[in-house]
Design a protein around this ligand. Structure first.
Ligand SMILES: *Cc1c(COP(=O)(O)O)cnc(C)c1O
Length: 376
């Protein structure tokens, strides 16, 4: 049996490497490393896939969040509400821009931002809500959009972990994660569902003015060369990454379905195991399983992790420390017991190996060992 990884990028490269090599070589030969034709073509192809009017590529998913907040002209002191249970990038940019960070608990089942908690956190200074579609499943966008409309707020969707997930509206229509709010952001970090071979990111919007602003700010605030209308940054997707992403985008639906197959097998195997709970699947979103994250009860999480390690099965805790307990964010003045849901999740969650190229033998081996640990 092939060694099990959290994400086996090498197994994927073994399958599509020949195509990738050709794509990279053609950029090398063109020497159009920055703003080459592949960047524009990738943006167009991703627009088509996402069903969105504009895709603006940038250097990484963290920049994408920063660009969104800059383009919406959020100002120091404006309050931005987001979830306490996310990767640090989401809150980092809020802090860096001098905005007031307001964090709330997630829903314990879906792991995504609690709509009730958002409602309670709104003040006259609130300007934006940043839902994160964590682990590959959408936050409850329809209610969040209603709240945003009522209070005149912006919604910036952090879709870094959900490229390709579908949101199902009550009226039967469907949209891709990231294309529902005012601006959506994503990351092409190698381990993401659509990952490149370095850093990369993008923004989605259906709004002409937002798109123009984003494009300008991502490129030194210039629309006409050497004329700077906005204070911008340098955040570009390079042509080699774009060429790689053009290949990988063709396989994205297939890769996401393959992840779902693995998740279904895990779900079925663990259904009768009451010492853990499998990830909840909400009715309003498909799940593309960026992570397959179980909750381990009775304080057994760390023991299970160690046991799996001894069997050469990797697993990861996303995320071990709540944001409000991180040293850098002490200044927010939250107390330890302010976020009971996040605190509980940080002690119980465990993400299992998940990637499209997992072999049946590997999946069976993981399941066998987890059930053995719980004496099944
Ligand atoms: C990966 C990730 C980001 C940041 O993306 P980078 O490309 O690494 O900067 C932001 N938010 C979430 C939820 C992520 O998972």
């Amino acid at each position: 049996m092939r060694e099990i990884q959290m994400v086996d990028l090498k197994a994927q490269y073994e399958k599509i490497g020949a195509e990738i090599d050709i794509a990279i070589k053609s950029v090398l030969e063109s020497t159009a490393f920055i703003k080459g034709p592949d960047v524009k073509l990738f943006e167009e192809e991703l627009q088509e896939y996402m069903g969105v009017k504009y895709v603006v590529s940038c250097a990484n998913g963290t920049d994408a969040l920063q660009l969104a907040m800059m383009a919406l002209a959020l100002k120091p002191g404006d309050e931005v509400i987001t979830t306490n249970f996310t990767f640090i990038a989401t809150v980092e940019v809020v802090a860096l821009l001098g905005l007031k960070l307001v964090i709330v608990d997630p829903d314990p089942g879906s792991f995504n931002i609690s709509v009730e908690a958002v409602r309670k956190a709104i003040t006259p200074k609130t300007k934006a809500i940043v839902p994160v579609h964590l682990f590959g499943q959408c936050a409850y966008m329809e209610s969040l959009m209603e709240i945003a409309k009522k209070y005149n707020l912006y919604i910036i969707e952090d879709a870094a972990q959900a490229t390709g997930a579908d949101y199902f509206f009550r009226d039967g229509t469907t949209k891709k994660a990231g294309t529902i709010g005012h601006i959506g952001t994503t990351s092409f970090f190698p381990s993401k569902n659509l990952g490149c071979y370095g850093d990369g990111g993008a923004l989605y919007t259906n709004d002409d003015a937002h798109a123009e602003k984003l494009r300008s700010i991502a490129n030194h605030g210039m629309k006409v060369r050497y004329h700077h209308d906005d204070i911008g940054i340098n955040s570009r997707l390079d042509s080699i990454q774009a060429a790689i992403l053009r290949i990988k985008l063709k396989y994205l639906s297939h890769f996401n379905s393959a992840r779902r197959v693995v998740a279904d097998i895990y779900d079925e195997a663990f259904a009768k195991c009451h010492s853990l709970s499998v990830p909840e699947r909400v009715s309003y979103s498909s799940h593309i399983f960026h992570q397959y994250t179980i909750r381990v009860k009775n304080g057994k999480r760390d023991d299970l992790k160690k046991f799996l390690e001894s069997k050469k099965i990797p697993s990861m805790v996303y995320y071990p420390v709540p944001l409000h307990m991180q040293e850098a964010y002490r200044y927010l003045g939250y107390r330890e017991n302010d976020f009971p849901v996040t605190t509980a999740l940080c002690k119980e969650v465990l993400s299992l190996p998940m990637y499209p190229d997992m072999e049946q033998e590997q999946i069976d081996y993981i399941i066998l060992n987890i059930l053995t640990f719980f004496g099944k």
